[in-house]
Write a protein that binds this ligand. Structure first.
Ligand SMILES: [Zn+2]
Length: 109
C-alpha cells in the first residue's frame, strides 16, 4: 500500500518545466558532500570544514596539500569534474584532519 502510493506520487510529480530552472549548483551535491560551501556570486565551491580548521589553527596546509587549496582559498569551479574532485577532496588527508579537528567532539580524558 505504502510503496504503491509512493511510486505513483513520484511518477506524477515530475513537471518537465522545472528542468529549465535547474540551479547551477545541484542541491543534491549539498546532501552528498555536507562540507561544501557554494559561493553563488563567483560560482565557486569551498570546503567550509577545511576553511574553519585553518582559521582556527586546527590544521595546517603543507606542500603535500597543494591540490586541496582549491577548496580553501582559490575556490573550485571545474564543474565537469566535480564529482571526482569532491570525492578526492573528501578522501584527502587534509580534509580528514579538518573533520577530526573541527567536527569531532573531543573525547573526555
Ligand atoms: Zn575539506
Amino acid at each position: 500500500m505504502f510503496l504503491l502510493s509512493h511510486i505513483s506520487r513520484r511518477t506524477t510529480a515530475s513537471p518537465s518545466a522545472s528542468l529549465d530552472s535547474e540551479p547551477l549548483f545541484p542541491k543534491l551535491w549539498f546532501a552528498k558532500w555536507k562540507w561544501i560551501h557554494y559561493d553563488a556570486s563567483g560560482d565557486l565551491a569551498y570546503c567550509h570544514i577545511c576553511i574553519n580548521g585553518l582559521k582556527t589553527d586546527k590544521i595546517k596546509v603543507s606542500i603535500g596539500h597543494a591540490g586541496e587549496s582549491t577548496f580553501i582559498s582559490g575556490g573550485f569551479w571545474n564543474w565537469k569534474d566535480a564529482t571526482r574532485c569532491f570525492n578526492k577532496h573528501e578522501a584527502s588527508l587534509l580534509h580528514k584532519a579538518a573533520v577530526d579537528a573541527v567536527i569531532t567532539v573531543p573525547k573526555p580524558v
